[in-house]
Write a protein that binds this ligand. Structure first.
Ligand code: NAP
Length: 282
């Protein structure tokens, strides 16, 4: 058995960011307005602080301005909703990213829904889920959107293929399945109550791992030649897929890190430039 080819998310993401940066520069030259991404962070969770900082740095490098709103951990749902509504109404802000999780005491859904759909560049609102599901123009959830871009970059057409998505979270598994369905894959969702996960995964031509359990899916669970997208990011840079055994069975596989991860920010930046372009009517 030959080893799988790696899907190089770092390289594909770099191309997407370069293109977004070019579009941002063109937009600024034409309109005098720099696309602006507002990042909102509640509390000081170290991982979230790092993610937000990374998104701001990458934005800057791509010619996208960022405005940061840091709120104390004790912020209430009403206060957070109020800030998000202000940003939604502010014409100088084109995209809004609410870093999540936001804390147990906050109604995360209410907060997401305070983001205007035309500024929902992270693809977290009901409106974005609907457009994603119907294959209509709108903003996609960034990580699932990034996974589809990886498939495109490696000429994997989901149409007619059996796709199994392991995980059904609102920001990852569910939208990943919907995007695959919109591209005519036959989609099965698995989750913590799925019986005989291995047998279901073994039917898949495309496997999406979006669980958060280190090495849950191994080579023994894969159909030979399967395409494997591993969104999992667990302690010690370990994915949800056991790379060493999966690479022997798959035809294409994402490494962790350097696979799905870099695609998330790339799609966020691309969607911010698109949001600014639409709002400026340019
Ligand atoms: P989550 O909200 O905890 O959802 C995990 C999902 O996995 C749930 O649907 C859960 O089922 C399912 N699950 C749990 N144990 C399972 C098992 N043993 N068998 C089958 N399904 C199982 O997590 P998430 O936010 O979607 O994140 C998942 C992973 O992706 C994490 O490692 C996270 O770090 C990573 N991630 C990466 C990126 C990126 O940019 N690369 C972005 C976001 C997340 P139930 O619904 O039944 O509970």
């Amino acid at each position: 058995m030959t080893q799988a080819r790696l899907m190089d998310g770092t390289a594909v993401a770099r191309r997407i960011v370069e293109e977004a940066a070019q579009r941002a520069a063109d937009l600024t030259a034409r309109t005098g307005v720099t696309p602006c991404l507002a990042t909102v962070l509640v509390g000081e969770d170290p991982a979230s602080v790092t993610y937000v900082r990374m998104k701001q740095n990458r934005s800057r490098k791509a010619g996208i301005a960022s405005r940061h709103v840091a709120l104390p951990a004790a912020t209430t749902t009403a206060e957070l909703v109020g800030r998000l509504r202000e940003l939604s109404a502010d014409p100088a802000v084109h995209g809004i990213l609410l870093q999540h999780p936001v804390g147990e005491h906050i109604d995360e859904r209410a907060a997401f829904e305070a983001i205007a759909p035309e500024k929902d560049v992270d693809g977290v609102t009901f409106a974005s889920f609907a457009t994603m599901s119907f294959g209509l123009p709108g903003f996609v959830s960034c990580t699932p959107g990034g996974m589809l871009r990886l498939l495109d970059a490696y000429d994997v057409d989901p149409a007619g293929k059996r796709a199994v998505v392991v995980g059904r979270s609102a920001i990852l598994g569910k939208p990943a399945g919907m995007l695959l369905l919109a591209r005519d894959a036959t989609v099965t969702y698995c989750h913590s109550r799925t019986r005989d996960l291995s047998a279901v995964v073994r039917e898949a031509d495309i496997v999406v791992a979006a669980v958060g359990r280190p090495r849950l899916i191994g080579g023994r669970d894969l159909k030979p030649g399967a395409v494997v997208l591993d969104a999992g990011y667990n302690e010690g840079n370990v994915g949800d897929v056991d790379f060493d055994t999966a690479v022997e069975q798959a035809s294409l596989i994402t490494p962790v890190p350097g696979g799905v991860g870099p695609m998330t920010i790339a799609v966020l930046l691309e969607q911010t430039v698109t949001a600014a372009t639409r709002q400026l009517g340019a």
